[in-house]
Design a protein around this ligand. Structure first.
Ligand SMILES: CCCCCCCC/C=C\CCCCCCCC(=O)N[C@@H](CO)[C@H](O)/C=C/CCCCCCCCCCCCC
Ligand SMILES: [Ca+2]
Ligand SMILES: [Zn+2]
Length: 267
């Protein structure tokens, strides 16, 4: 039985040909494309200064987790080891948990929590701990389970937007969904149509998934951060902006908060 750190000890292998460009990097483009996480995280830390100082510094936790996801994903594609696979998938599970604990909309929480974020947070922690253990039982199913959480987030987004009438937020939601669709399309096609893409000489859809899912995640985090402030501290009057040019209404979204209102914190 190979060691869990051995090259190609994972049962998952993506479409890109292994060791084509380097003897030490199994999937070269799938590894290098994770640079998107390392570029977006510091940019989001910079753009989230207003949110962090006027509402909650916890937003920076998510940008830190995003760097960790990128690092583990690069390690996985570099080695295709079982350890790499588990670190990659479990770091995604835990960033989703942290995001839910911080900003899951109170009115979408199960009724038994009565909108109490602390008890909901403990529930999410317990559930994620169980899922961490279960992840070792059928590792081939983990990625599908994680993508199903993406579908659930889409549903929560839809229900949360029913009470928000701000057109620019609906636009942000559509942009999030578009990035996510592109991402999932690439992820599925890489898995299901590998011989087609290899025959075309373009076995790099999984690299494109990394870029699209990183963009979808930034949009999604900002959308729920905005909705959280609007619902829980509306006097902060959140404003949605885009980098690099706000008047394009496209690019990297971020939230600006009114610093002159009562300094109520999310927690
Ligand atoms: C209140 C809810 C807030 C939700 C915030 C969402 C925050 C998501 C943050 C980061 C997720 C990054 C995922 C990147 C994965 C890259 C690594 C990778 O490629 N892994 C693959 C193996 O190499 C693995 O097979 C991938 C498995 C599937 C992961 C599914 C992640 C779902 C993320 C959902 C993102 C938002 C969706 C928006 C929905 C409209
Ligand atoms: Ca491969
Ligand atoms: Zn990947």
């Amino acid at each position: 039985m190979p060691s869990i750190v051995a090259y190609e000890s994972s049962s998952i292998d993506w479409c890109e040909e292994n060791f084509k460009y380097s003897p030490v990097i199994a999937e070269y483009y799938n590894t290098v494309s994770n640079v998107v996480f390392f570029l977006l995280s510091p940019l989001m830390v910079y753009l989230s200064r207003s949110f962090a100082s006027n509402s909650s510094w916890h937003i920076h936790l998510l940008w830190f987790c995003m760097t960790v996801v990128g690092g583990f994903s690069a390690y996985f594609h570099m080695t295709l080891s079982f350890l790499g696979q588990m670190l990659d998938e479990l770091s995604i599970l835990w960033i989703l948990s942290v995001a839910c604990i911080l900003w899951f909309p109170k009115d979408s929480m199960p009724l038994s929590f009565r909108g109490n974020r602390w008890s909901f947070g403990w529930f999410v922690m317990a559930l994620s701990t169980c899922c961490t253990v279960l992840a070792f039982l059928k590792p081939n199913l983990n990625a599908y389970a994680l993508n199903s959480i993406g579908i659930y987030i889409l549903y929560v987004m839809y229900t949360s937007l029913r009470w928000c009438k701000t057109p620019i937020i609906h636009r942000l939601a559509w942009q999030t969904v578009l990035w996510w669709f592109l991402a999932v399309g690439c992820w599925l096609s890489d898995r299901m149509h590998c011989s087609f893409w290899s025959d075309l000489g373009f076995a790099y859809l999984h690299s494109m998934w990394h870029v699209f899912i990183a963009m979808a995640s930034c949009h999604c985090i900002i959308l729920f951060a905005y909705l959280n402030v609007l619902q829980e501290v509306p006097e902060k009057r959140p404003l949605l902006k885009y980098w690099p040019r706000n008047n394009w209404q496209i690019g990297i979204p971020y939230v600006l908060l009114n610093s002159r209102s009562i300094s109520a914190k999310i927690f």
